[in-house]
Design a protein around this ligand. Structure first.
Ligand code: TXA
Ligand code: MG
Length: 307
């Protein structure tokens, strides 16, 4: 499908998946309540979990939120287009289905060239959660989207694998200091941000749900101990997969060899899906140090391993 066709579909209220630099999004016109409701239905997403609205240019923020000023304006000019989402005061005409009934709205300009072309051609703000069925690992290739939705979508733009591989950093940008609600490739350190308190996090409903879970168990091994942990679990009789910088020991399925935190960020969701395809009982993922993008990686890994 080409960009013009995809843009026309969005304008007429259809649902189209498209690539961003973080993960694939499942898009619908943000001000079209019926279109956004279809996104929730397709994903099986809880109604109180609001969507991120994607725009092509900073001026377009005003279609859904108050004009950028102060901190929000600084962050937008420093990081857009890019993997940073700003929570702003919403305009009152944004449908409640898009904001999850909140008085705020989350907005970003994605950096993927195809996403920018699509948003420019559509000329409407596009609400898009990650294009996975609710609870599944986020999609980082068009094939992941097809695996979850088959031909249930109105359209899918294929832009190849996503460069970042983890969802955008979400910050509340309404005050004087940014408050991080979800970690991502843009780090709290870079932003000079505070990490959200439990109260702040409670205001970001997505953080309440179990996420990123494949159909097999996920076991997080300490840094440097992936192979040894996998061997131990295999010796106890489980079919075990390994995601680690080290080679898989005998009797363990090598799911992915990764070189450090940013490589793991890009490949984590694909590896979790590959572990399912390999029909392992448990996939051992070796931890990375909690610095830079490693924080976001460990956040997603812990969620995948929980429950
Ligand atoms: O990288 C990304 O952000 C991807 C791509 C497609 O842009 N999108 C994405 O959307 O990850 P989703 O729906 O999977 O995650 C949206 C997150 C959730 O944690 C949600 O709770 C939070 O953003 N969020 C959305 N609106 C919010 C608001 N008004 N206040 C606080 N948190 C909000
Ligand atoms: Mg998601």
């Amino acid at each position: 499908m080409d960009v013009e066709r995809a843009a026309a579909l969005l304008r007429e209220g259809s649902v189209v998946a498209f690539p961003t630099e973080t993960v694939y999004g499942l898009g619908a016109a943000a001000l079209d309540a019926a279109a956004v409701r279809r996104v929730f239905a397709l994903k099986g997403r809880p109604a109180d979990n609001p969507l991120i609205v994607h725009v092509a240019a900073s001026e377009q923020v005003e279609d859904v939120a108050v004009a950028l000023r102060g901190l929000a304006r600084e962050l937008a000019s420093a990081y857009w287009p890019g993997p940073l989402t700003l929570v702003l005061d919403a305009r009152s005409d944004v449908p409640a289905v898009t904001t999850g009934g909140l008085s705020t709205v989350a907005v970003r300009i994605p950096a993927h060239p195809l996403a920018l072309q699509l948003l420019q051609a559509a000329a409407v703000p596009v609400a898009a959660p990650s294009a996975n069925r609710s609870g599944r690992p986020s999609p980082t290739t068009a094939q992941h989207v097809r695996d979850d939705f088959g031909d249930a979508l109105d359209g899918l733009l294929d832009g190849g694998p996503c460069a970042v591989g983890l969802e955008s950093t979400v910050v509340d940008a309404r005050g004087d200091v940014p408050v991080v609600l979800r970690e991502g490739a843009v780090t709290a350190e870079q932003l000079g941000a505070r990490r959200g308190s439990d109260t702040a996090l409670a205001a970001s409903p997505g953080t309440r749900y179990r996420h990123y879970a494949p159909r097999c168990r996920v076991h997080v091994a300490p840094v440097g101990a992936g192979a040894e942990t996998a061997s131990r679990l295999a010796a106890a009789g489980a079919r075990v997969g390994l995601v680690s910088p080290a080679a898989a020991p005998q009797g363990v399925v090598e799911v992915a060899r990764v070189a450090g935190a940013s490589d793991l960020a890009g490949r984590l969701y694909g590896a979790l899906r590959a572990a399912e395809d390999a029909e392992v009982d448990v996939v051992v993922v070796e931890a990375v140090p909690e610095q830079d993008v490693g924080r976001a990686v460990m956040d997603r890994l812990r969620r995948a391993a929980a429950g």
